[in-house]
Write a protein that binds this ligand. Structure first.
Ligand SMILES: Nc1ncnc2c1ncn2[C@@H]1O[C@H](COP(=O)(O)OP(=O)(O)OP(=O)(O)O)[C@@H](O)[C@H]1O
Length: 333
C-alpha cells in the first residue's frame, strides 16, 4: 500500500512563496510525474513528501497517516536522486544492503532482498565492485536497487536520469517502467524531460510557479489541455500560438500543434518563409516565419527537403486547433 494525499500544502523560504497551495491525490500503485519549468517547485514538493523539507502549512498523508511530523527515515519512502549518493568504500552488495541493515533487518533478510533486487536489475555480475568501477548507468541502477531493497511505500525519483547519456536514458527509462509494472509500487517522479513524463506517467502533474495547472493522463494533457500554459508546455516542438487575424479572433489566440500544420509550396492559408529546418531522421521540423504570426513550427513525418528562405504556405488543421482567451484560459468553442 502506498497512497499519498497532499492537502493545501504551502512552502515559503522566508518571504519567498515557493509552493502556493497544492492539493493532490496519488493512488496506490500509481506512477505520477511532476513537470514544470525550472524553479516551479517540483523538487521542493518532492522533498516535502520525503520529509527533507517541512511544509509551511497543509497536510502530507501517506497511506492514511499524517506524516508532517514523522522524520524521513520513518516515512517508509525511498528517494532516488540525480546524483547516486553511493558509499565509495562499499561494494555494490553492501551499498544496496546498508539501509536495510541499519534499519535492523537480520542478515538473512538483507541477503535475500539484495539478491532479488540485483536479479531484477541485472546487477549480479557487479555485486563485488565498488562504485568507482561502475559506469554512470550502472551506478544509477545500484541506487535504484538500494531503494527497492527497502520495500518502501513510496518511491520518489528526482530527475534520476539526467546525468546519463541519451542511449542510457532510454534504456533506464524502460527499466524503470518495467520495475513499476513488476513491483506495482507507487512512484512519484520529477523530470524536465517530456518524453520521460509522457511515457512513464499514469498521470502528469503540471506545476507552474508553485501551483498545479492540471493533473491528467499524458494523452489527456496533449488532447485536452486545461489552459494555454499546459498546451504550451506539453508537446515538442511546442504548440504554435497564432494571434488575431484571419484564423483567430481579436483578443483571442488559436493554439495549433506543429504536427497539425500542413506545409505546401503551391498554396495554403498563410504565406511564410522557411527560416530553419531540423532533420531528425524519422521526422523533420520546419520553422517558417510569417508576417502575421511570427515563427511557426511545422512537424512532418519522414524526410522533407525544404530550404531556408524558400517561400511556402502553411495551413493549420481547423479541427485540431485550441482557442484561448487573453488571460490564457481555454475557450471551448
Ligand atoms: N532552501 C531554499 N531557500 C530559498 N529558496 C529556495 C530553497 N530551495 C528552493 N528554493 C527556491 O524555490 C524555488 C523552487 O525550487 P525547486 O528546486 O523546487 O524548483 P524545481 O521546479 O525543482 O526547479 P528545477 O527544475 O530547476 O530543478 C526556486 O525559486 C528556488 O530558488
Amino acid at each position: 500500500m502506498g497512497s499519498l494525499t497532499l492537502t493545501a500544502v504551502t512552502k515559503s523560504f522566508g518571504a519567498t512563496h515557493v509552493i502556493k497551495g497544492v492539493d493532490l491525490e496519488v493512488a496506490d500503485g500509481e506512477f505520477c510525474v511532476f513537470v514544470g519549468p525550472s524553479g516551479c517547485g517540483k523538487s521542493t514538493l518532492l522533498r516535502i513528501i520525503a520529509g527533507l523539507e517541512d511544509a509551511t502549512s497543509g497536510d502530507v498523508v501517506i497511506d492514511g497517516r499524517r506524516v508532517n511530523d514523522v522524520p524521513p527515515a520513518k516515512r517508509e519512502i525511498a528517494m532516488v536522486f540525480q546524483s547516486y549518493a553511493l558509499y565509495p568504500h562499499l561494494s555494490v552488495r553492501d551499498n544496496m544492503g546498508l539501509g536495510l541493515k541499519q534499519s535492523g533487518a537480520d542478515a538473512a533478510t538483507v541477503k535475500e532482498r539484495v539478491a532479488a533486487a540485483s536479479a531484477m536489475l541485472s546487477l549480479d555480475p557487479l555485486l563485488e565492485r565498488r562504485p568507482a568501477e561502475l559506469s554512470g548507468g550502472q551506478r544509477q541502477r545500484v541506487a535504484i536497487g538500494r531503494s527497492i531493497v527497502r520495500t518502501p511505500k513510496l518511491f520518489l525519483f528526482d530527475e534520476p536520469l539526467s546525468n546519463l547519456d541519451a542511449a542510457l536514458r532510454v534504456a533506464t527509462r524502460i527499466e524503470i517502467a518495467r520495475l513499476h509494472r513488476e513491483l506495482g509500487a507507487t512512484m512519484i517522479y520529477v523530470t524536465h524531460d517530456q518524453v520521460e513524463a509522457m511515457t512513464l506517467a499514469d498521470r502528469i502533474v503540471v506545476l507552474n510557479a508553485g501551483r498545479v495547472e492540471q493533473v491528467g493522463a499524458p494523452m489527456t494533457l496533449y488532447n485536452d489541455p486545461a489552459n494555454m500554459f499546459v498546451a504550451g508546455f506539453i508537446g515538442s516542438p511546442k504548440m504554435n500560438f497564432l494571434a488575431a487575424g484571419p484564423l483567430g479572433q481579436p483578443g483571442k489566440t488559436l493554439g495549433i500543434r506543429p504536427e497539425h500544420v500542413a506545409i505546401d509550396r503551391g498554396q495554403g492559408a498563410i504565406a511564410a518563409t522557411v527560416s530553419h529546418v531540423e532533420h531528425l531522421g524519422g521526422e523533420t521540423n520546419v520553422y517558417a516565419r510569417c508576417e502575421e504570426h511570427g515563427l511557426v513550427a511545422v512537424r512532418l513525418f519522414g524526410e522533407h527537403r525544404f530550404e531556408v528562405d524558400e517561400r511556402v504556405f502553411l495551413t493549420p488543421d481547423p479541427a485540431r486547433g485550441f482557442h484561448f482567451a487573453e488571460d490564457g484560459s481555454r475557450l471551448r468553442v
